[in-house]
Design a protein around this ligand. Structure first.
Ligand SMILES: [Ca+2]
Ligand SMILES: [Ca+2]
Length: 95
């Protein structure tokens, strides 16, 4: 589960047409170039230590000016693992 999921930007120029592009972790996330919405495109396993990502994003105004930035994404643990018994499955118990 992703906590923050949208990149936003402002441009004081009235003719700015902002678009977003993801520069890092493109194998895990994608960004909607118009809305800035971040989506996960593959399975990210929290148990493997994948708890936090710093995504490098660049916003362009369509007029030749752009600016990079960092978006922090925190991955939350969800209940996606079944409990597993770790004791031996065969026991000898006195009558
Ligand atoms: Ca501008
Ligand atoms: Ca989990």
């Amino acid at each position: 589960m992703v906590k923050e999921e949208r990149v936003t930007a402002i441009d004081k120029d009235s003719d700015a047409q902002l678009t977003f592009k993801l520069l890092t972790f493109q194998n895990l996330f994608q960004i909607d170039s118009l809305s800035g919405k971040i989506t996960v495109i593959t399975k990210i396993n929290w148990e493997d230590g994948n708890t936090h990502f710093e995504l490098a994003v660049v916003v362009s105004d369509g007029k030749g000016t752009s600016n990079p930035g960092i978006m922090n994404v925190t991955i939350e643990d969800i209940n996606d693992n079944f409990p597993v018994l770790v004791t031996p499955l065969v026991h000898t118990i006195d009558e």
